[in-house]
Design a protein around this ligand. Sequence first.
Ligand SMILES: [Zn+2]
Length: 157
Amino acid sequence: MTAFDLTPPTDAERRAITAGLSGDERRVLLEHGTEAAFCGVFLDNKKDGIYTCRFCGLPLFRSNAKFDSGTGWPSFFKPFAELHIKRVRDASYGMVRVEEVCARCGSHLGHVFPDGPRPTGERHCLNSVSLGFTPTGETLPDVLKRGAPEGAPDTEV
Ligand SMILES: [Zn+2]
């Protein structure tokens, strides 16, 4: 279940958003790149709030699911909603991994590994550059102009 509209962005919306991305953001979000470890802006973010898709603004993770994995990338043990992420088999670089992408826009987020903490046992290993952050009580992004719950303050604690 999700209150969010998961209809993919139109081609025109994609072009407009892509035009506003930095080179690093494009490389990671659109070309499945990985940022350098220990460099991401959200690695040590301890604030309460919601991490959203850098491309389309969809909520992806809550701060209460963030943990220090020691890997150098922001890590979460569960997504905001399972429907908000899509898991894709990734056999690149001679490894079989599970890539995760935004379920709405398809942007690359990171990978999911089976060595996380309880209760899920999952480690969602994210690129900071794939994420935005909205502190608790502040207004969620509404990149695609879909309206509430986007563009409204997050009320759940
Ligand atoms: Zn997205």
